[in-house]
Write a protein that binds this ligand. Structure first.
Ligand code: FMN
Length: 165
């Protein structure tokens, strides 16, 4: 969701250990992951995919059963999976925004209860905030710190087999 009113951004900044970028940016995205999303009514998604000709009836019927079933099977991992999904969305937002010339910052630092209160999710124990991401214009150019060689943290087949060595 987008947090963009001055009031909400100020409250979110306080929840995020007063990190300044939350209010400096015109908008801060809060990626909220709902661990129970698989239980939601998926009909609008199915209808859209069918209208687009992407999914036929067989596929829709399969998903209608398979999605809730697989979610149930996940058990305690549901929250983790929801957070992964939300991080995929956040990453794509960052790539799209940066490609348009905006600056972004992945943020992991906030007090969960306080941040949830700001976005109106205090009463939802199944909702996790996966990340915050202010989007705006960079105040100053930043020097690229560079990248270590791939052999530093990329391995082939087995941990310890360093890429390129
Ligand atoms: C998951 C994640 C969480 C982060 N959380 C914060 C944060 O709360 N505050 C912050 O200033 N930087 C945070 N960072 C670091 C910045 O997002 C950013 O990666 C760092 O400033 C380097 O950016 P640059 O490579 O564009 O210079 C986080 C990075 C990641 C990957």
């Amino acid at each position: 969701m987008l947090v963009q009113s001055a009031e909400h951004k100020a409250a979110l900044q306080a929840a995020a250990f007063h990190q300044p970028m939350v209010t400096q940016a015109p908008v801060t995205f809060a990626f909220a992951a709902n661990a129970l999303a698989g239980n939601a009514d998926l009909t609008p998604i199915f209808e859209q995919a069918q209208a687009a000709g992407a999914w036929n009836e067989g596929k829709v019927n399969y998903f209608r059963n398979a999605i809730p079933a697989s979610q149930t099977q996940l058990g305690p991992l549901r929250r983790e999976h929801a957070v992964k999904d939300a991080m995929i969305a956040a990453t794509h937002l960052a790539l799209a925004a940066e490609s348009l010339g905006f600056a972004t910052c992945f943020m992991n630092g906030w007090i969960e209860d306080q941040a949830k209160a700001v976005i109106g999710a205090s009463d939802n124990p199944d909702l996790a905030i996966a990340c915050l991401m202010p989007v705006g214009y960079a105040a100053e150019p930043r020097k690229d710190p560079g990248r270590l060689p791939l052999s530093f943290n990329v391995f082939v087949d087995r941990l310890g087999n360093r890429y390129g060595e």
